[in-house]
Design a protein around this ligand. Structure first.
Ligand code: G3P
Length: 215
């Protein structure tokens, strides 16, 4: 399972990269707005730190605008992946970019047929949003399981990137469901390493050793 960090904060990206297990980065317009910096400059900085796929989302919602933005963003670095919304225009842009050898991440996926359509258009990644499905009283994991089954039924190579992950339970369920990639905030990456018994066990080991040998 690949692990991406979902942020546009360069310090968090550096901190996650230093762990040695980071495979990529996802950004979106809300995350970059939170940072208050130029989007393309920040993408260039991120691509210096992380050599795996870095998703750069377009702001335009029409086909021509998306293609124009994609033309600029794809030049930032070789590892840029163009992130597009799953709409009719987004699907067309996905097909055109995929045919041209550009990797795409199709975002805001909330039902399995959207994932089927973008796979047919050659998407590199599809991003179903688990947490936001849970937020409206439905089951985000059901979406992941259905997409996994559809992709496996037909041998689609589009990677299932579980997004909008809010807590470690989502991560465990995604790993069990066979999500190819999970993109998570730094807080969840840290939670994935935590267990109270690890902390108390470590404290006891150190105390016992010091009691016996000093130091
Ligand atoms: O990057 C898209 C996604 O991960 C957003 O997550 O928590 O804003 O629903 P969230």
């Amino acid at each position: 399972m690949e692990l991406y960090i979902d942020t546009a904060n360069i310090n968090e990206i550096k901190e996650a990269a230093a762990l040695g297990v980071l495979d990529g980065v996802t950004t979106n317009p809300s995350l970059i707005a939170k940072e208050g910096v130029d989007y393309n400059k920040r993408l260039a900085e991120i691509c210096e730190v992380v050599k795996g796929p870095v998703s750069a989302e377009v702001i335009s919602t029409d086909y021509a605008g998306m293609m124009k933005e994609a033309a600029v963003k794809r030049k930032i670095a070789d590892n840029i992946v163009i992130k597009l919304p799953i709409t009719i225009d987004g699907l067309k842009a996905c097909k055109a970019l995929s045919d041209d050898g550009v990797r795409t991440n199709m975002t805001l996926c909330f039902q399995p047929l959207q994932a089927l359509m973008v796979a047919k258009a050659g998407a590199f990644l599809v991003s179903p949003f688990i947490g936001r499905v849970d937020d409206v009283g439905e089951d985000g994991m059901d979406l992941i399981n259905r997409i996994r089954q559809i992709y496996d039924n037909y041998g689609f190579t589009t990677k299932l990137l579980a997004a909008s992950i809010r807590h470690p339970k989502h991560m465990v369920d995604c790993a069990l469901a066979g999500a190819d990639v999970a993109t998570v905030p730094m807080s969840v990456i840290k939670q994935m390493l935590q267990h109270p018994l690890t902390d108390t066990g470590l404290k006891k080991f150190v105390e016992d050793y010091k009691k016996a040998f000093g130091g």
